[in-house]
Design a binder for this molecule. Structure first.
Ligand code: NAP
Length: 310
């Protein structure tokens, strides 16, 4: 089988940090072009728009869309309309409806559409899912707190409408939660804190339950300096499960469980290759649905303005 001719669109932080090395190490893919208004990738043709790239290079089989979510739909529609397979960075779009539209189009064109959730591929996530399937869950507590100035310096889009604010990292926790819980949860109440000079929240406190009335709390905060926290804890009939460090470490009652050494983005590209080989799509909207619910149901609290420099 010859490799899949892949193009990358939106060459910025995540494209350089994760996509390029993962593509380079996967023999199922050959990176053949990049489309980005400013960025490029050395050694391959570069275009400033996806439309120009698709027109000039009909041999492209698939594209990875790595721009911010507000600008992903048009690019995805152009690619699927040209019969390409599409890898969507998380979150898959700015609205639920646009992603449903892309899924419908992909089905009609026979393209594989992959709405990726990288945190689901963290090393300990599958072990946590197996553990929770074997016990009775009493409660779940997510704490996802990080320093926005460190992780998102000068990223204006993230504070604009559709940029999701603290839900940009928080949706990673929700992507894990929706994968490891045996039953579907739904939001009961939420408080969202918006800096008075921004369109997106800097913190969120979410209370979910599920059909069995399990309490699930998620605290997201972008104002945490020092140690960063990306933890999901569950009290269960089999002890306290702690899924820590963004899904990469698991312990039960404090005892570490051996987990794989899997890295997220190489695993995402293996999944994308598999979907293309099987002619399938993978579009799970559950994490984005929870975020949309938080914006629907959440109380809005205005807090002090946020500036990139403290
Ligand atoms: P970024 O570096 O700010 O943006 C990526 C690239 O998108 C930019 O370099 C820019 O390239 C292009 N872009 C920006 N605004 C655009 C616009 N208005 N129209 C078209 N293209 C535009 O962001 P990022 O951190 O890589 O994040 C991109 C996506 O990856 C987000 O959805 C994010 O949630 C996800 N992600 C990020 C990380 C992370 O650690 N940063 C981790 C996992 C997932 P040009 O100016 O060259 O067009």
């Amino acid at each position: 089988m010859s490799p899949i001719n892949l193009a990358i669109v939106g060459v910025g932080k995540i494209a350089r940090d994760q996509h390029l090395p993962s593509i380079a190490s996967n023999p199922d893919f050959r990176l053949v072009a990049a489309a980005s208004r400013h960025g490029g990738v050395e050694g391959i043709p570069h275009y400033t728009t996806i439309e120009a790239m698709l027109e000039a290079m009909p041999s492209i089989d698939a594209v990875s869309l790595c721009m911010p979510p507000q600008f992903r739909y048009d690019a995805a529609r152009a690619a699927i309309s040209a019969n390409k397979h599409v890898f969507l960075e998380k979150p898959p779009g700015a609205t639920l409806s646009e992603v449903v539209d892309l899924e419908t189009l992909a089905t009609s064109k026979g393209s594989s559409l992959f709405a990726s959730w990288h945190s689901r591929y963290a090393a300990a996530v599958e072990a946590a899912r197996s553990f929770l399937a074997s016990v009775e869950i009493q409660s779940v507590h997510i704490v996802w707190k990080e320093d926005v100035r460190h992780w998102h310096p000068n990223q204006e889009w993230i504070w604009q409408a559709g940029g999701l604010g603290v839900f940009d990292p928080g949706i990673n926790a929700l992507s894990i939660l929706t994968h490891i819980l045996p039953s579907a949860a739904f939001l009961r109440s939420a408080k969202l804190e918006f800096p008075e000079n921004r369109q997106a929240p800097i913190a969120a406190d979410l209370h979910f339950t599920d059909a069995a009335n399990i309490n699930i709390r998620a605290e997201f905060d972008w104002r945490q300096t020092g140690e960063q926290t990306w933890d999901i804890k569950a009290n269960t009939s089999g002890g306290e499960m702690a899924l820590a460090r963004g899904g990469s470490a698991l312990s039960i009652d404090g005892a570490a469980i051996f987990v794989s050494s899997q890295e997220e983005y190489p695993a995402l590209y293996r999944r994308f290759a598999d979907l293309i080989a099987k002619g399938e799509s993978d579009v799970d909207l559950a994490p984005l649905r929870h975020v949309a619910d938080a914006f629907l149901l959440g109380e809005r609290i205005v807090v002090e303005p946020f500036y990139d420099r403290a």
